[in-house]
Design a protein around this ligand. Structure first.
Ligand code: ADP
Ligand code: MG
Length: 327
């Protein structure tokens, strides 16, 4: 498969103030992320809140500039934000995020908003806009008679369908979805995830699917990257991640996903503070919360290494043969 999106050693540093009078200090929200997404493939990105997932999503699309590193789209470097070349490319890359209401204009009927990118990018003749909007609405499961509705007249799930229809209008090759169903009722979540999966398969769109919820990612991702404090600590096929997580952090995350037949006692409860890039621990960033940490974990940062020829993890303990890999 051809690589559509490639990130090389991405770093995003924010200047953040930690108190009213304190001086801003640099915070590494994304810290050396490299990844590849092939055409038509879905890469899931998981991790707790604060691990840098949203920042990574924005940097991948060029909405937020990388402090270091590079993003390649179709093998070419991403043009600078706001330039004509970037605007052209943006039609091929769309973002769907958690809060559809914030992404919609309350004063415009939804059909107009779905048609907006068609008009802006001049994708269809003016006379054909309505026809194409109705097609897009049908594709995401919205009814014709809902075309004149305003965002507040729809449910959360329907609003997210509007966002998805608008994202599809430009026939994108890449979709970055940042917690697209986290604000929806559990009963609606599966419907929207299935819709995204069907559309992605039908149109061969590459997708980066960000979520703190592993259950959701499991249903859609081909491959999963696990983030902790701005870095990828494990990456493997979705099947491998869920069947045999290797990194202690991934094991804890996966153990909290209910699986029929697995005993509840095997759940690993993570201790300690959730990741905070302003207070980065020495050595392995996960060591203060790791049930298996040893002296070396406190002093040196483990590199992301290829294991078994097909999967990656960053953990000193996986280098030691006496540590059992299967929980
Ligand atoms: P996630 O999506 O995994 O919850 P984020 O990417 O939103 O993580 O945030 C990662 C870290 O970067 C957090 O500590 C957050 O406070 C910080 N951060 C994110 N955006 C900004 C910003 N615009 N300015 C300063 N700090 C930010
Ligand atoms: Mg986020």
């Amino acid at each position: 498969m051809t690589v559509l999106l490639e990130a090389k050693q991405l770093v995003r540093v924010y200047e953040a103030r930690h108190g009213l009078w304190s001086k801003p200090t640099p915070v590494r929200a994304v810290d050396g992320v490299s990844l590849k997404v092939s055409a038509g493939e879905t890469l899931g990105i998981v991790g707790e809140s604060g691990s840098g997932k949203s920042t990574l999503g924005r940097v991948l699309l060029g909405i937020d500039p990388a402090t270091e590193g590079q993003v390649l789209f179709d093998g070419k470097p991403m043009p600078a934000l706001g330039t004509l070349a970037w605007r052209r490319l943006r039609a091929q890359m769309q973002l769907v995020f958690q809060d559809p209401l914030a992404a919609l204009d309350r004063r415009l009927p939804i059909a107009e908003q779905i048609g907006e990118p068609l008009v802006i990018h001049g994708l269809v003749a003016k006379a054909d806009v309505t026809e194409r909007v109705l097609e897009l609405m049908a594709a995401v499961g919205l009814r014709r008679d809902q075309a004149g509705r305003y965002p507040h007249e729809l449910s959360g799930g329907q609003r997210q369908r509007v966002i998805i229809a608008r994202a599809l209008a430009t026939e994108p090759r890449l979709l970055v979805c940042d917690e697209p169903v986290s604000a929806l009722d559990v009963s609606i979540q599966a419907q929207v995830v299935n819709l995204l999966r069907d559309l992605q398969e039908k149109h061969g769109i590459a997708m980066v699917f960000i979520s703190h919820d592993l259950k959701v990612v499991r249903n859609i991702a081909d491959r999963v990257a696990v983030m902790y404090l701005g870095s990828i600590v494990e990456e493997a096929s979705s099947d491998e991640i869920f069947a045999r997580p290797l990194h202690p952090y991934t094991r804890a995350l996966v153990s909290s996903v209910p699986i029929p037949g697995r005993k509840l006692e095997s759940r690993i409860i993570l201790q300690g503070e959730p990741p905070n890039p302003a207070k980065r621990p020495t050595g392995c960033a996960f060591h203060p919360r790791c049930p298996m940490a040893q002296a070396s974990c406190r002093s040196s940062v483990p590199a992301l290494k290829m294991l078994e020829g097909k999967r990656m993890a960053a953990c000193h303990l996986l280098d030691l043969s006496e540590v059992p890999l299967v929980a």
